[in-house]
Design a protein around this ligand. Structure first.
Ligand SMILES: [Zn+2]
Length: 427
């Protein structure tokens, strides 16, 4: 565009000098200044920020990480900068996956692997992240375009493939195994897999891959009517896998594509998808940076604002053979792991004689309050500071006022009221 504008400007200047009729000069000058203005806009373009080598906690407007590093100063996380060492794979860059990818990018995650085979459509514009001018692009390309602008520090890998095909599954597996980003890492090459797909078949494929690789993953989903969703943590062998308690459609062997009706599409709301993506990335940050409680399952019912939680143990009769293998391995390491957890809890628990707060500049002391809650509370005026008395009688001292005979008979009351009314009306 920049080149075309320059050519137009040159043509206009030639026209101006070659035109014998001077009456057009003012119009040409006006067109020239408008073209020069457009050229300035075209050349300025968006300015991308440079990569930042080390995350800094320095509080300056130009530091994109100051607010995140503040989590460390506030005592929420021990070492925020560790986020740069982690790789997260996101399968499905739709309404939930794209928002999760943006959140992790803004948080400065080390590396993101993005998987999708779909293209951006105008029908996706009711959701967050993608823009109308990206319609027609693959979701992976459009995501890389936006995310690299937001944070060039994040290493982005995009895979435009369908993981449910044989070829796609092989590429998916080898990309998860690839350890070039962090060669010293144990296990496979990613720290967490996030499933943000919209069908059971793809979930079963992610489940298969993660069970085979012994890879922890998180599942997410939003209902077809757009008003409920969930997130779930899946640790192979330790928690239920997706096949341990499969949805009825999967367990019955029904092809879910046959359930779709012509001309009927699922509903979606940017709000529900944003909430589910937020819950998913919150759990991801807690899992990676080791703070707070990592939830095993969290549901979201938008109509009632209800958030159910639960835990699911693996099924010893699971149909997935890799899951059964992981269950056996976990049963072997569990006793040692439980003993280590118990020892850690005991060492961290404060002993009875331990002084928790040595310096106490306000001279606050803990007193035994059992006497204060005794039967005499509120009765004894001696417990009040000098000069203060109890305003209200205690329950035991309160006496009902004597009942007068007049008010005891409602009929007399009515007769009296009637007489008063008659007297008023007669005036
Ligand atoms: Zn299982």
């Amino acid at each position: 565009m920049e080149g075309e504008l320059k050519e137009l400007l040159t043509d206009l200047k030639t026209l101006k000098s070659s035109l014998p009729d001077r009456s057009y000069q003012a119009l040409i000058d006006k067109m020239q200044s408008r073209l020069e203005h457009l050229s300035t806009i075209a050349t300025s373009g968006p300015v991308q920020r440079l990569k930042i080598k080390d995350m800094s906690a320095e509080v300056v407007d130009s530091n994109p990480y100051s607010r995140l590093m503040a989590l460390q100063r506030m005592g929420i996380v021990d070492n925020y900068e560790r986020i740069r060492e982690f790789s997260v794979a996101i399968v499905g860059i739709g309404g939930v996956g794209s928002v999760a990818a943006e959140m992790l990018t803004r948080c400065g995650i080390g590396r993101l692997l993005l998987y999708d085979y779909d293209t951006v459509e105008l029908a996706n514009m009711n959701r967050l992240f993608f823009r109308p001018e990206q319609a027609g692009m693959t979701k992976t390309d459009a995501a890389v375009q936006t995310l690299s602008d937001i944070n060039p520090d994040v290493v982005l890998e995009s895979y435009t493939l369908n993981i449910t095909t044989v070829q796609g599954f092989e590429t998916f597996m080898s990309s998860l195994r690839n350890k070039s980003f962090c060669p010293s890492k144990e296990g496979c090459g990613v720290d967490l897999v996030l499933s943000c797909v919209d069908n059971y078949e793809a979930r079963m494929v992610v489940n298969q891959a993660c069970n085979e690789l012994n890879q922890t993953w998180m599942e997410s989903g939003v209902s077809e009517n757009a008003v409920s969703g969930h997130i779930q943590l899946l640790v192979p062998g330790e928690t239920a896998c997706f096949a341990c308690a499969p949805p009825l459609v999967v367990a019955s062997g029904i092809d879910e594509r046959t359930l779709k009706r012509e001309g009927v599409c699922a509903a979606s709301l940017p709000t529900t998808m944003g909430v589910v993506a937020g819950l998913l990335v919150q759990n991801t940050l807690k899992y990676l940076l080791k703070f707070g409680h990592v939830t095993p399952y969290l549901g979201y019912n938008a109509l009632k604002d209800y958030f159910p939680t639960m835990e699911m143990k693996p099924n010893p009769q699971c149909s997935n053979s890799a899951c059964l293998e992981r269950q056996k391995e976990y049963a072997l390491v569990k006793p040692a792991r439980d003993a280590a957890t118990k020892a850690k809890m005991e060492s961290e628990a404060p002993s009875e004689t331990e002084c928790l707060h040595e310096d106490n500049e306000w001279n606050i002391s803990v007193v035994d309050d059992t006497d204060l809650q005794g039967p005499d509370v509120g009765k004894s005026s001696g417990s009040l500071p000098e000069g203060l008395i109890h305003e209200l009688p205690s329950a035991d001292e309160f006496q009902k006022p004597p009942v007068s005979e007049e008010s005891a008979d409602p009929v007399d009351d009515l007769e009296d009221l009637k007489r008063q009314l008659e007297a008023l009306n007669s005036d």
